[in-house]
Design a protein around this ligand. Structure first.
Ligand code: CP
Length: 311
């Protein structure tokens, strides 16, 4: 495995290897010494052209716990504001040495361009590209679900909300289908992509109809910054039909869990009571994100990459 660009590129065995490796990494958190020497001498560049709290910091924590050197690049405050291109930025960082590049970009496909262009020679991890994919988020979500539900084979997972703008939804649907889950996407018609029929999941406009048969429900952030009023006429109407409050949550089976990738719009797609409830695993998702990113960096960077297959 050389790069991690899409959740859809992972076979079931590859996905399970990452999840099983993350389980070992997760157990480190309970030990007095949380660091491993596995990536000593390797350099990981965090290349972030879009804002991030969870993904950027957890990749940094993950790399440091594996003893890698970390270079953090943020477009804000860099020469990108003077017009420097992705290519020249990449060449500049490569000149300083990079074994792995973690890239978040507002344009769909930017990490794929980095991986294929040769501007950087290291492994590329997609940390979220436009509205396209966010594979490590899907991995940490599957990891969190697996810890609560056991095998995801046949489990019913409902993903709710602004699917149109969500790279998290696409990566989750692809990965969960690979792991054998039955996924239903619930959204208003204006917030579903036109190519929905090619996604390996069912689609519904009716949240109340889906909740009683869900083992896990994942609420998506409403991405107001990416839409205009034609997509989203009324916040109150959206919350009434697609928000998860304590009354709706009561329809879930007893053992069902509630996820959200963050950042949350409390009071819009999810109420504060639900976000802070005992069913919510939202904070745990963040903890698990470090273990997943440790597993991904370890598997990509610790061995030889002579067999340069793209995962
Ligand atoms: N879930 C997620 O990608 O969060 P950040 O934007 O804070 O990284």
């Amino acid at each position: 495995m050389k790069h991690l660009l899409s959740a859809g590129d992972l076979s079931r065995d590859e996905a399970n290897l990452i999840l099983d490796t993350a389980e070992e990494m997760r157990s480190l958190a309970d030990r007095p010494i949380k660091k491993l020497p596995a990536l000593r001498g390797r350099t990981v560049v965090n290349l972030f052209f879009e804002d991030s709290t969870r993904t950027r910091i957890s990749f940094e924590a993950a790399a440091k716990r594996l003893s890698a050197d970390v270079i953090n690049f943020s477009a804000k405050g860099s020469s990108v504001s003077k017009g420097e291109s992705l290519k020249d930025t990449a060449l500049t960082l490569q000149a300083m040495g990079a074994d792995g590049v973690v890239c978040r970009h507002g344009s769909s496909g930017a990490p794929h361009l980095l991986a294929k262009s040769g501007w950087m020679t290291g492994s590329v991890v997609n940390a979220g590209d436009g509205t396209h994919e966010h594979p490590t988020q899907a991995l940490l979500d599957a990891f969190t679900m697996r810890r609560h539900l056991g095998s995801l084979d046949g489990r019913r997972i409902t993903i709710v909300g602004d699917v149109l703008h969500s790279r998290v939804a696409r990566s989750n649907v692809l990965l969960l289908a690979t792991l054998g889950a039955e996924v239903t996407v619930v959204a208003p018609p204006t917030l579903l992509p036109v190519d929905m029929t090619s996604w390996p999941c069912a689609t519904s406009y009716d949240l109340d109809g889906a909740l009683a048969k869900s083992d896990a429900v994942m609420m998506l952030r409403v991405q107001r910054e990416r839409m205009n009023d034609a997509f989203f006429p009324s916040a109150r109407e959206y919350t009434r039909r697609y928000g998860l409050d304590k009354y709706r949550m009561a329809q879930l089976p007893d053992d069902a869990i509630v996820l959200h990738p963050g950042p949350m719009n409390r009071g819009m797609e999810i109420s504060a009571e639900v976000a802070d409830s005992t069913r919510s695993v939202i904070v745990e998702q963040v903890t698990n994100g470090v273990a997943i990113r440790m597993a991904v960096l370890y598997l990509l960077l610790s061995g030889s990459n002579e067999e340069e297959t793209t995962a």
